[in-house]
Write a protein that binds this ligand. Sequence first.
Ligand SMILES: C[C@H](O)CC(=O)C(=O)O
Ligand SMILES: [Mn+2]
Length: 343
Amino acid sequence: MNLKGRKIILHDNTLRDGMHPKRHQITIEQMIAVAKGLDEAGMPLLEITHGDGLGGGSVNYGFPLHSDVEYLNAVLPHLKRTKVSALLVPGIGTVDHLRAAHDCGLHTVRVATHCTEADVAEQHIAVARKLGLDTVGFLMMAHMNTPEKLAGQAKLMESFGAECVYVTDSAGYLLPDGVTERVAALRAVLRPETQIGFHGHDNLAMGVANSLAAVEAGAVRIDGSTNGLGAGAGNTRLEVFVAVCNRMEIETGVDLYQIMDVAEDIVLPMMDHMVRIDRDALTLGYAGVYSTFLLFAKRASAKYGVSARDILVELGRRGMVAGQEDMIEDTAMTLARERRMAA
Ligand SMILES: C[C@H](O)CC(=O)C(=O)O
Ligand SMILES: [Mn+2]
């Protein structure tokens, strides 16, 4: 693969996707330390919000230590170069949340929908464009749609005003060929000026390989997290990806040693547990289950005495997607009852 001279934009998700394994409890001091480190390393973009996006704080998704606005107001004054994005899932986040984040100095919003439901993003994308934000569509669980139909959903987001559309491998299920097919399908139908992004999870240890496949097929924005702090087995490890890009002479503008130091000296000590490919995270990737379900399934496992792996496999079989967190406990309860009755 020769990608020499390609220029890509890295987007760090440690302070948003990393909120999932931190149960949304990252402190303001930790946010500032990570963000300042990434700014100094030359990271172009980083994301800050509740793990489930603006307005995510709730019984269903978990209450954060601070509100999105508190985090944004605390971090933004410390940044010299790095721009800040927020995730917004219509139905969780509202246009009012978006306006409030915009008033804090937000640069980019990523409007996220399930990969077959781009139509629900119309209002949020249109408002974001009116506010002058860099506006991105984010098609989650991309493995659950064919490349052609995913491209149709991306086209819809573009027609609403999205300037970039993401192939989002929320389950860490895709293999490089599946990424290539999806990114290439989007590239074939979107306007040349519309960018394509890729967001990976490392549940099958494919984060770096999938991101390279995405770049080769035409993606220019690549997500990841420092030290991989993100849902499931974490996101594509950005310090590793930067090292690989350096070797391949792909231009990221990020200083390798500085991002390595952020990973080791700032993010690693913040972790409540090692974000790694344990059997449950591996099950997410193997069975195509939404990475964010991991901790919910582990909690339900402890409560109902059914293994997290069995719960996750059943969630995959039932085709559960983002937003159906309440079904995890229900599934664990059903499995426990079925086993009692069979015993
Ligand atoms: C709300 C999700 O955590 C968004 C995301 O990062 C993904 O789908 O992956
Ligand atoms: Mn994610």
